[in-house]
Design a protein around this ligand. Structure first.
Ligand code: GUN
Length: 285
């Protein structure tokens, strides 16, 4: 039987700790405050934002959604971000992705002040991730994957990790964080040849490509000793699912994350951790 690596126990424990930290900050006169910028009405984005608001308020921090019309111009969007960057009462801000197609050329990683960049997208924060400087704000989904590994005692040191997907928000930064944990990382993508030869040799496989049911048992070895971490969030026949064909692999691995209830909630947890880190740092300045 495989272990189902659920987020719930981690979120429950950590959110209590974050609530205490938030209370401490409030006692010092700092109310951690996060703003989310949403352009348009992408239904998936609205659902993710709901989860972010829920956890933010559960730990006692303040949340505000800046909901902008889908037709907003690039200049107007930049002005909104600049106002937030200059607002001393706001500690963290994200621009929810994806942006509508007429704005999709914008590299949002530079728009938010790195001190408030709780997504961990800004080059300054990515550099901190690269050198292992924990003063930076770490990228949320990669940090969520590490939280999962730590909680379920999945040792990374010396292990072969195959990451499928080379995005700037998951695959590439995760490869860096796992390398810092002394894993031997192979980053696969659409041009990778003989991917199954690589995944069969992996101790841990992380999928982050956004293709429902992409990974099945033909990617696995026969020893049932691998861990699978599914970062994908897809819709298949109207149902939410990851990149892994969960029911097909479930009993052929040591552990596997479910979708929903796996990495998604841990990404939100990392975001709120970054918010409190940013708010606490403000206090020190
Ligand atoms: N859209 C999907 N995932 C994310 C994320 O982690 N951050 C932001 N800002 N938008 C997203």
């Amino acid at each position: 039987m495989s272990e189902i690596l659920k987020a719930n126990p981690i979120v429950e424990t950590r959110s209590q700790e974050l609530k205490s930290k938030c209370d401490e900050l409030k006692n010092q006169g700092i109310e951690p405050f996060m703003k989310v910028i949403l352009v348009g009405d992408n239904p998936a984005s609205l659902s993710y934002i709901k989860n972010k608001k829920k956890l933010c308020e559960k730990v006692g921090a303040k949340f505000e959604l800046i909901h902008l019309d889908a037709t907003i111009t690039e200049d107007d969007l930049i002005e909104v971000t600049q106002n937030i960057n200059q607002d001393p009462l706001v500690h963290g801000c994200i621009i929810q992705l994806p942006l509508p197609s007429h704005l999709s050329h914008i590299d949002v990683s530079h728009l938010i002040n790195p001190q408030k960049d709780i997504d961990g997208f800004h080059p300054e924060n990515l550099y901190c991730a690269m050198v292992g400087d924990f003063n930076g704000l770490l990228p949320c989904t990669p940090q969520g994957v590490l939280s999962l590994c730590d909680y379920y005692k999945i040792d990374l040191s010396g292990k072969n990790v195959v990451i499928i997907g080379r995005s700037m928000i998951v695959g590439k930064p995760l490869a860096i964080l796992m390398t810092n944990r002394n894993a031997t990382v192979t980053l696969c993508h659409s041009r990778t040849q003989n991917m199954k030869e690589l995944t069969k040799k992996a101790d841990i496989i992380v999928t982050a490509i956004g293709k429902a049911n992409f990974l099945d048992s033909s990617f696995l070895n026969e020893k049932s000793n691998q861990y699978l971490i599914d970062v994908g969030i897809n819709k298949y026949n109207g149902k939410l699912c990851g990149d892994i064909n969960f029911t097909e692999v479930e009993n052929k691995v040591k552990g596997v994350t479910p979708v929903p209830g796996g990495i998604g909630p841990l990404t939100v947890l990392s975001l709120i951790e970054n918010l409190l880190k940013a708010a606490g740092r403000n206090e020190a300045n």
